[in-house]
Structures are given as C-alpha cells and as structure tokens.
Design a protein around this ligand. Sequence first.
Ligand SMILES: Cc1ncc(COP(=O)(O)O)c(C=O)c1O
Length: 389
Amino acid sequence: MSRLSESMKQELKQIQPSSILKFNQEISKVPDMVKLTLGEPDFNTPDHVKQAAIHSIENNESHYTNSRGIDGLRKAASKFLSDKYHVHYDPETQILITTGATEGIFSSLTAMLNPGDSVIIPTPIFPIYIPDTMLNGAKPIFLDTSDNGFILSPEKLQETIEANKDTVKAVVLNFPSNPTGVTYNRDEVQALADVLKQYDIFVLSDEIYSELTYGEHHVSMGELLPDQTILLNGVSKSHAMTGWRIGLVCGPADVITEIGKVHQFAITSATTNAQVAAEEAFKNGPDDGVAMRKIYQQRRDLLLAGLKDAGFECASPKGAFYLFAKIPANLNQDSAAFCYELAKEAKVAVIPGASFGPGGEGYVRISYAASTADLKKAVERIQKFVDQH
Ligand SMILES: Cc1ncc(COP(=O)(O)O)c(C=O)c1O
C-alpha cells in the first residue's frame, strides 16, 4: 500500500466497491452459467436511434455541447415526460442531461448535501444512493420496508422524518423498484407527497423504470410534488441504452442550476453523439419501450410460475424487470452463501438480497432481462437444486 493512500478521503474508507459487480465478475468466469444478475435490458438499441448516432458522427458532431445538454434533447425529453407522465419541465431551465441517471444521482446528492445531513433511504433499494450520501459526509437513515410488502407507508415515512427532523435533507424514492419490482399507484404516491409537503426536504425520485410497468400507468412524484422533487429518468431502461450513458435530472430551475454546477465541474457535458441518439429516442421512439414491456411481462410470468413451483415466495412485481424472491426455509438463509451455492452447483447466478440493504437478507434478486431460453433453463436448474437439498 502506498504511503499516501492513507491520507485520502476518510469517507471512502467506509465504502466498499459494489458487491453486485464483484459477484457478477466472479461468476462470469464460470462456463455455462445462466446469468440473471444484471440490471440491463438484453434488447438492442432501436435501429432508428443507432442511425441518428451514426449520422451525428458522420456530420462531425464531435464537440462539447452546452453543459446542460443539447437543446433538441432537452426539448424532446420535456415533451416525452409531459406526454407520458403529466410533468412539466421547462427545457431551458429545468432539465439537465447527465452521463446516465448514475451521474444525475451523484450530482444531485453532492449539490444538496452538507456534512452532518441525513438522507432517508427505504430499503431494499438499488444501493448507489448509499455511498453517494456517505461520500458527501452525510448519513443514510435506512427504513426497512420488508414487513410491509416492500412498500413505504406514509406513516412510517412521517415517523422517520419526525425522528430525524434536525438533519434530514432528502428522502430517496425509487419506483418501479430495483430490486423488488414494487411500484406505487396514484393514491400511494399522493399519500407520500402529502407527508413530504409538510417538510422542507427534497425527494430524489428515481423513476428510471417508469416505462416498465405492468398494469397501472406510472405516476410521477414530479406531477404531485414538483417544488420538492428532483426527478431522475433517462433512456437506459426505456430504450435499452445503458451503454450510451444518458440520463435526465429535472426539478425547480434554481435547484437545477446548482446541480448543473457539480455536473459541469465533473464532466463538462454528456457525450455529444449519445445525446443526439437520446433525442431521437424520445422524439421518434416514445413507445419503443412498449414492445419490450410486453416481452418482459411474458418472461416475468414464466419465471414467477417456475419459482413458485420451486418453493420461492414472491410478490407479483408490477414494474422494472426483477423478482425479489424469498429463499425457501429449508435452504441456506444467508443470501450471499445461497447465491454462491446456487452458482457453483446449479450454474444459475442471481444477486444476494443482502446487497440491497436492510430487509434484503433471506431474499435473492433475479433479473428477467434475459432470453426466454435462459429463463427456462434457469427454472429447470433451480428446481433441480431445490429437489437435491
Ligand atoms: C434504480 C436505478 N437507478 C439508476 C440506474 C442507473 O441508470 P443509468 O444507466 O442511466 O446510469 C439503475 C441501473 O440499474 C437503477 O436500477
């Protein structure tokens, strides 16, 4: 170890590299593994989107853009969000184009947090908000939702805000949820908004899976509580564009100006050709996700039925592309140990529930963003594994 590494940022010492990526890398080396680990669409980016990017490269669009993003993309994103979710963001002042929602989360938390602040994080949840909070010298306050079907109740939210009133700066919401697939209907979003509006706190509402709901249409916190909401979205999941790295941060103009400073100093502007591609996705492919959604739903039903037969309990998820399944009582309840056993013996890779914070232990997250053939193979192998134990 070098002498100087010891003197680096203290907060980093409390933070470990992503356990999800570590597990995925380890099992990726094993031949014939069926991998249901990753949170990304297995579909290709739509052709019209690819063509737009090719033209942009050929037209030598190889320069920095406005730090907030190209006008066309901000306008197309504003229209997309308004048409789909009745949220109204001025493309000039209220939308920032980031390098994926990931950068949006980082820039937003960095812009809002002071050391000593706290952030309420309902769990199990996509873990990224936790290190981003800690890196800024703030404290995550975990709110375990596993005893309520993974739904954050307004009562529990209010109780937690009241108990931490002096330090709470923000509440994170992610719906449809990674990892549970749970989402909120209009009444549920309204009930949470009714609590939040009583306090001067932000809600960082990560709605990146908004196009992937099965049943009820997605309702955005940005519609019901625009003054306090920082809305995150993007093209990664809706248009199968994870590698293009384009996200959106939307909110009140003065808030976006502050977040825009962090964004500017960190990355200047998102990749130009990827922005052009995302503009095309929103403008001419607003429903590209619909065909994908239908296929995800069929896969979800297949996987759900197979897992239930094998003895896993699992609430029927209403969004995203994950099942959060309870490990049957006769099997190893330590989710990490269970996942290593399953990977080694059955050659099926899924993510330990413990990776998603309090309430996740005893569960596994299974991604159905995989081919039907792979899902069928996984179900057969899991069934065999269960029979043998
Ligand atoms: C809830 C959630 N937010 C954000 C992201 C990251 O999105 P992006 O690829 O746009 O950075 C993911 C990716 O898995 C996610 O599940």
